[in-house]
Design a protein around this ligand. Structure first.
Ligand code: FPP
Length: 255
């Protein structure tokens, strides 16, 4: 993996070379990939880990500053117990196996989601991986586990309500910036580009607040088959978009 120092700009600005600063990914299609091969679903998830590795490497190589991967949603707890158990084991094993190399490559790892729902063993590894990589200055890799966009918004509302109740802030102090700062991706720019594999064209309770102005790129390719070629297609799509944030096209063109 390449060691790249991908500086994060805090404002809504695009990188001059058309590379999105923050890419978010809904990794869908592991189950179908396995089914097509008459394999059990967990074989698809295992193969999905290789696609994660390829994607992290390629994102760093292309100069993406932040990569956020949707690994397990708030709703995925509803899956059969066996599949959930195997997924948790897979996350644990992937962490054990990959953290050294991620650290060597200056990647900063962060987890977002309802941590208290995770088992102690996984949680301990997550805490250790975050602490170990916290000073790294390269790619910021956020893994969303037990994450839901609605959960995130409710947690932020609770935190702010608590601050009001404790007289730390007043209701009038709550604006979009303060709200965003109470969300799980606090301090990071919103995703410029959302990629979803597996053919579905929906957000599935991912980063509901943060995707307000993201460009959306969907592809039929199943997640285990996703690689650098598809990532580059998504970036090429992104590079052609005109981002207006409510302005007219003429206003943006003249800027
Ligand atoms: C969606 O495919 C995928 C998941 C719910 C799990 C994603 C997990 C990985 C890619 C494994 C490794 C991740 C990390 C971060 C190490 P699906 O099961 O919904 O597929 P289907 O729609 O074809 O059934």
């Amino acid at each position: 993996m390449l060691a790249v120092s991908n500086k994060v700009a805090t404002e809504k600005e695009e990188r001059p070379n058309g590379i999105p600063q923050h890419v978010a990914v809904i990794m869908d299609g592991n189950g179908r990939w396995a089914k097509q091969r008459s394999l059990p679903r967990h074989a698809g998830h295992r193969s999905g880990v290789s696609a994660v590795r390829r994607t992290v490497e390629h994102a760093a190589k292309r100069g993406v500053a932040v990569l956020t991967l949707f690994a397990f949603s708030s709703e995925n707890w509803r899956r059969p117990q066996d599949e959930v158990g195997r997924l948790m084991k897979l996350f644990l094993e992937a962490l054990q196996r990959e953290v050294d190399e991620l650290h060597r490559n200056n990647v900063r790892l962060r987890f977002i989601g309802a941590r208290q729902q995770l088992n102690e063993g996984l949680l301990a590894k997550i805490d250790a991986a975050e602490a170990r990589t916290s000073a790294n200055t390269g790619l910021i890799l956020n893994i969303a586990v037990a994450y839901g966009g609605r959960w995130d918004i409710v947690e932020a509302a609770r935190e702010l309500a608590g601050m009001v109740a404790n007289n730390e802030i007043s209701i009038a102090d709550i604006d979009e910036d303060r709200f965003a700062a109470a969300l799980a991706l606090s301090g990071l720019p919103d995703p410029d580009l959302l990629i979803r594999t597996g053919g579905e064209q929906r957000i599935s309770n991912f980063l509901l607040w943060h995707l307000a102005y993201s460009e959306l790129w969907f592809c039929d390719r199943l997640w285990p088959d996703f690689g650098p070629a598809e990532f580059d297609q998504a970036i090429a799509f992104f590079a052609q978009r005109q981002r207006r944030y409510g302005h007219t096209g003429d206003q943006v063109g003249a800027a």
